[in-house]
Design a protein around this ligand. Structure first.
Ligand SMILES: Cc1cc2nc3c(=O)[nH]c(=O)nc-3n(C[C@H](O)[C@H](O)[C@H](O)COP(=O)(O)OP(=O)(O)OC[C@H]3O[C@@H](n4cnc5c(N)ncnc54)[C@H](O)[C@@H]3O)c2cc1C
Length: 393
């Protein structure tokens, strides 16, 4: 089957949805997703989304992002993300997203490597709150069609430019190949966790866009920069690892070795805490270390982390009364398809946003809660570039 559209967007996470919402309504847009529309990592985000609290926080936020990224970050991208953050939060609130508030004031939480609290959250299901509200908005648009269970298998290259994609769609157990011609193509296909045995990501997120881009000589960047999250719930069951958000440690949870002794400052950057856990497990001859929430009062656990509380209970642990076993797992990909500050790849008419792209914001290691924000800021810029609106640097 052949389809013609103005813009094809591969992926229905925050990157894809926000691009669609910010494109002109006269554009005909086709969004495809490999699985059902809700199976994206965007729905899984727990901890929250960073925002510049006020002008005085700029230097500190910039430094925290750079330090976590081992100063390998692209400074221009970090600046764009931080300066764009307040507008993004306004956009989200306008779309009906609710963040924790005390009266009229936002409440901010803190995660590892942040020198102060600057993270907005919705219980421990911030990603679901944001993504479901964006999805509801997109579903109201008459110019957007979403095709589920439709997988991009290639891009169409014509005279060194991107002219759309090839995809396979599944219906009633039958597969059909699609040739999707598009004036502009946006790759928003998420991370690579599906390639790992232990990952917090959905298993169908296998870095397809990156592999396809490589085949076409599209520039890639930082392919060896993979973030391992220090704390996922240890389980012998196969499948996706359940994340114990860093904000749990931000609120006071501590890590213990087999002798119930602390061995690391829990709020150091993720890569440092991960390495300390690996070393401790090796020393102790164990497959996990312990995480204790004993210093967090029960009300905070129940209000801020109800989903984590419930999941652990289902696995047999009451976090208000006992420690839980945790182990590091693959979590995030800082590298990907190289893009400029307007999310343009090295191939004309091909854009990349979200985790599959690499605009350099995260450098060698992502600062907690910067990825939802980065995806949204640079998705909006991709939409502006496609529609020809100049963006300020
Ligand atoms: C457990 C967990 C907790 C997290 N917590 C936070 C947090 O608190 N704060 C934060 O900022 N970030 C967090 N993150 C990271 C953040 O959620 C992701 O980086 C971000 O949501 C990525 O958005 P995306 O739109 O790029 O990709 P995704 O939301 O992963 O969407 C990818 C989409 O691409 C589709 N797709 C993939 N391949 C193909 C293909 N070949 N053809 C068609 N479709 C395809 C998928 O089906 C999906 O729709 C967390 C991640 C995880 C896994």
């Amino acid at each position: 089957m052949e389809i013609k559209t103005d813009v094809v967007i591969v992926g229905t996470g925050v990157g894809g949805l926000f691009t669609a919402l910010n494109l002109p309504r006269e554009n005909k847009i086709l969004m495809i997703t490999k699985s059902d529309v809700k199976s994206s990592d965007s729905f899984l985000a727990q901890g929250g989304i960073c925002v510049l609290r006020d002008e005085e926080d700029y230097d500190s936020y910039f430094e925290d992002t750079m330090k976590a990224g081992h100063y390998e970050n692209r400074e221009e991208s970090v600046d764009i993300m931080i300066k764009g953050s307040t507008d993004i939060i306004k956009d989200l609130v306008g779309y009906g997203v609710e963040f924790e508030k005390n009266g009229e004031e936002f409440v901010y939480t803190r995660e590892g490597a942040h020198s102060k609290p600057r993270i907005l959250y919705h219980e421990d299901i911030t990603g679901k709150e944001i993504t479901s509200k964006l999805l509801a908005q997109v579903r109201r648009l008459h110019n957007v069609t979403i095709m589920e269970y439709t997988t991009m298998i290639d891009i169409i290259e014509k005279g060194s430019q991107c002219a759309g994609i090839m995809a396979v769609t599944k219906k009633d157990d039958k597969e059909e190949e699609l040739t999707i011609w598009a004036a502009n193509t946006v790759l928003a296909s998420g991370g690579i966790g599906g390639r790992y045995k232990h990952s917090t990501n959905f298993p169908h997120l296998t870095g397809d866009a990156i592999e396809i881009s490589k085949k076409h000589g599209v520039r890639l960047d930082n392919l060896d920069y993979v973030q391992i999250h220090p704390t996922t719930l240890y389980s012998k069951k196969p499948g996706r690892r359940f994340l114990i958000s860093e904000s749990v440690r931000g609120e006071g949870a501590v890590l213990y070795n087999k002798d119930m002794k602390r061995f690391v400052n829990e709020l150091l950057p993720r890569d440092v805490v991960t390495q300390a856990i690996h070393e401790q497990m090796e020393k102790d001859g164990t497959d996990y270390v312990w995480l204790s929430m004993e210093h967090i009062d029960k009300e905070t656990i129940m209000c801020h982390f109800p989903n984590i509380y419930q999941h652990c209970l289902e696995e047999g642990y009451d976090v208000t009364k006992e420690c839980i076993p945790v182990v590091p797992a693959q979590h995030y990909f800082m590298g990907g398809i190289w893009v400029d500050s307007d999310s343009k790849t090295s191939m004309k008419h091909l854009y990349a946003v979200g985790e599959t792209s690499c605009n350099g914001v995260h450098g060698a290691n992502r600062l907690a809660s910067n990825s939802l924000l980065e995806s949204l800021v640079f998705a909006k810029r991709a939409a502006a570039a496609i529609s020809g609106t100049p963006q300020c640097k």
